[in-house]
Ligand binder design. Structure first.
Ligand SMILES: Nc1nc2c(c(=O)[nH]1)N[C@H]1C(S)=C(S)[C@@H](COP(=O)(O)O)O[C@H]1N2
Ligand SMILES: [Mo]
Length: 369
């Protein structure tokens, strides 16, 4: 049953504010990218709400969505711990609660922007969403279990797996985090999303949420946590979600790189010559968004937009500006964001074979009549 999200919103520090409480258009559904396993993106033209309603929260599944029976399910914590745990679904809400508003982007968002196409889910700009998550700090659970000396990483496994061909091993979705990230108090085991039980596609009954990171780290349908004395090198850790570093070596994806999106107008909209409101969103996993700029001359000149709404550590930042078209005809509007670490969105995306972290400045074309 749908529950009111006000209490969770208040706990997360969200107060009534015109920048983020505009009603969203209904009904709206996800745009299907793949059917089995299901992959869907948010229709960004209906994103007028700062929190993404569950019905249009993007979904990225590698395998068939598992239906978990919570009476059979446990969350086991073992490995290099002094007291292994086996938590049931009703145990978890008894633990201290943490509420976080988190923008989560799939590493492959905007893959269709690449001029030389790559394999993988062909996302437009909608593989990103924001929700209010309630959960318990993974750190708290690890402390209950007592992490022993020599711990290097924490390994996570979901219930979902590839249907192995006869004789072939079944490979579940598995990931790991170095101790520092695993022990960060904001890395949570979430059991409520926008005040509801987690929906099946988003990891029911419990998922990991690693704020600021690309989505792959936030393991859904979590049922196993193991403290390791070595680095985990499974498929989704070492063969996927890796990208060439500046020094030429391959590194694991972590924080979302700085990026912005024009949410209004949309491509092809028709304007008259009056001033128009341009709105959008910007985010970065590496630090707060400090600036968003707009250009209507392919990046020769940039003009700052106004940042508005709330400025929460892990949630996208709203921005707006007015734009006065100087002449009738075709115009290309571009946005670029800068974050507190000094990173600026590049004009061109750095192409990579697996199609990750695509953050070239976005453009939207409008016709002025
Ligand atoms: N168990 C499991 N966890 C998973 C995945 C998965 O396929 N299985 N996909 C990951 C990826 S790549 C992303 S982008 C996010 C997507 O979360 P969402 O479907 O709630 O948007 O979940 C991550 N966690
Ligand atoms: Mo993803």
């Amino acid at each position: 049953m749908a529950r009111c999200a006000c209490a969770a919103a208040e706990a997360a520090g969200i107060t009534k504010d015109p920048w983020h409480t505009q009603p969203h258009l209904q009904p709206a559904t996800l745009v299907t990218i793949d059917t089995v396993p299901f992959v869907g993106e948010t229709p960004m033209e209906v994103i007028q709400n700062w929190i993404t309603p569950i019905a249009i929260y993007c979904a990225r599944n590698h395998f068939e969505t598992p239906l978990v029976d919570v009476n059979q399910w446990t969350l086991d914590v073992d490995g290099l711990v002094s007291k292994p745990l086996s938590l049931t679904y009703s145990d978890v809400p008894e633990l201290p609660q943490r509420t976080l508003v988190v923008t989560m982007e799939c590493a492959g968002n905007n893959r269709t922007d690449l001029t030389l196409p790559v394999k993988g889910s062909q996302f437009g700009d909608g593989a990103i969403s924001t929700a209010i998550w309630v959960g318990v700090s993974l750190r708290y659970v690890l402390e209950l279990a007592g992490v022993a000396d020599g711990a290097v990483e924490v390994f996570f496994e979901g219930v979902d797996s590839e249907r192995g061909a006869p004789g072939q091993p079944v490979v579940p979705y598995q990931r790991s985090l170095l101790m520092e990230a695993a022990l960060h108090p904001d890395t949570v085991l979430a059991y409520l999303m926008n005040s509801e039980e987690l929906p099946t596609d988003h990891g029911y009954p419990i998922r990991l949420v690693v704020p600021g990171w690309y989505g792959m780290a936030s393991v859904k349908w979590l049922n196993k946590i193991t403290v390791l004395d070595h680095l985990f090198e499974g498929f989704f850790q070492a063969d996927r979600y890796i990208m060439e570093n500046e020094d030429g070596g391959m590194g694991s994806l972590r924080d979302m790189v700085v990026k912005s999106l024009i949410t209004s107008p949309r491509h092809g909209q028709i304007f008259d010559v009056r001033p128009h409101q341009i709105t959008g969103l910007a985010w970065s996993g590496e630090g707060a968004v400090t600036k968003v700029e707009i250009s209507d001359d392919f990046g020769q000149n940039w003009r700052p937009a106004k940042l508005g709404g709330l400025n929460l550590q892990y949630a996208w930042q709203q921005w707006a500006t007015t734009w006065q078209p100087q002449y009738p005809g075709h115009h290309t509007l571009m946005a670029r964001a800068t974050d507190a670490s000094g990173s600026i969105q590049p004009m061109e995306t750095n192409w990579n074979e697996l199609g990750y972290a695509i953050n070239g400045a976005q453009s939207v074309c409008v016709n002025v009549e």
